[in-house]
Design a protein around this ligand. Structure first.
Ligand SMILES: NC(=O)c1ccc[n+]([C@@H]2O[C@H](COP(=O)([O-])OP(=O)(O)OC[C@H]3O[C@@H](n4cnc5c(N)ncnc54)[C@H](O)[C@@H]3O)[C@@H](O)[C@H]2O)c1
Ligand SMILES: CC(=O)[C@H](C)O
Length: 261
């Protein structure tokens, strides 16, 4: 499937799943804005170079997605630099490994500002840009298996992903009259920096050697291997392309066989 003259913005695209999504959308024919925190600029510029090597236009945009003004500015910059705006992927997010009884007010506020508020800001900014440009568009956000089932030690993270699912379902209904679809992808265990952190934090809690917690979780995956960013990007490619024009408000599990709707 290829698209013509379409522009996508992917947040948290300096590494991991976001980088995989940005490269896949470039392969699909999108010009892509790569948004990430300032400290990730070198990595983000590397992703820009990879996209340009695929023959597409790209730009790096510094943005802290917990800040509404940053997300609005990122959308404006993407549209201005790349000549349009059609898809936003609210991918950026953080994990938090903590027994519920130990979660602090700052920790809870931080994970919701980054994982949840960012999705609201992305929905608002994208919908406003689509309206300004006189067309509909596609809004895609990062959920998780943790949006379907709450996981112990990941309670705040799970709650944040349940919230992404709720906003996806509600926004889909509110924005349908504007020709905007709103969907989310729900990966399982993806081999990125996020799981390196989760594995290390679990080791501190349960004393297992580094890598053991990850291995034990991967051993429970029906398809028998860890997920890759490219596995996730295939689902986002579907949601970003015309084949999903009649799909909205959905959270699609792409977990190799862990949870079953
Ligand atoms: N890794 C997994 O197993 C997994 C599973 C399900 C869902 N997810 C979700 O997929 C998304 C990407 O995860 P990943 O594994 O690639 O994580 P990662 O930690 O490898 O990368 C996250 C990226 O987001 C960026 N980021 C973090 N906070 C930001 C902020 N405030 N503003 C802008 N950018 C910010 C980071 O700089 C980084 O580039 C997240 O929303 C995560 O919750 C991951
Ligand atoms: C990090 C994530 O969303 C799942 C729990 O692996």
């Amino acid at each position: 499937m290829t698209v013509e003259n379409k522009v996508a913005l992917v947040t948290g695209a300096g590494q991991g799943i976001g980088r995989g999504i940005a490269l896949r959308l470039a392969q699909d024919g999108f010009d892509v804005a790569v948004a990430d925190l300032d400290f990730q600029k070198d990595k983000g510029l590397g992703v820009v170079a990879e996209i340009e090597a695929l023959g597409r236009k790209a730009a790096f945009v510094t943005a802290d997605v917990s800040k509404r003004e940053d997300v609005v500015a990122a959308v404006d910059t993407a549209a201005e630099k790349l000549g349009g705006f059609d898809v936003i992927v609210n991918n950026a997010g953080i994990a938090q490994v903590k027994p519920l009884l130990d979660i602090t007010e700052d920790e809870l506020n931080k994970i919701f500002q980054i994982n949840v508020n960012s999705v609201v800001w992305g929905i608002q900014a994208a919908a406003a840009k689509f309206e300004e440009l006189g067309h509909g568009g596609k809004i895609i956000s990062a959920a998780s298996i943790a949006a379907i089932q709450g996981f112990p030690i990941l309670s705040a993270y799970s709650a944040s992903k349940f919230a992404v699912r709720g906003f996806t379902q509600a926004a889909a209904q509110e924005l349908a009259p504007k020709g905007i679809t709103v969907n989310a992808y729900a990966p399982g265990i993806v081999g990125t920096g996020m799981w390196e952190l989760i594995d290390a934090e679990l080791s501190k809690i349960n004393g297992k050697p580094l890598g053991q917690n990850l291995k034990e979780n991967v051993d429970g995956i029906a398809l028998g291997r860890i997920e890759t960013p490219e596995d996730v990007a295939k689902v986002v490619s579907f949601f970003a392309g015309p084949d999903s024009d009649y799909v909205t408000g959905q959270v699609l599990l792409v977990d190799g066989g862990m949870l079953y709707n």
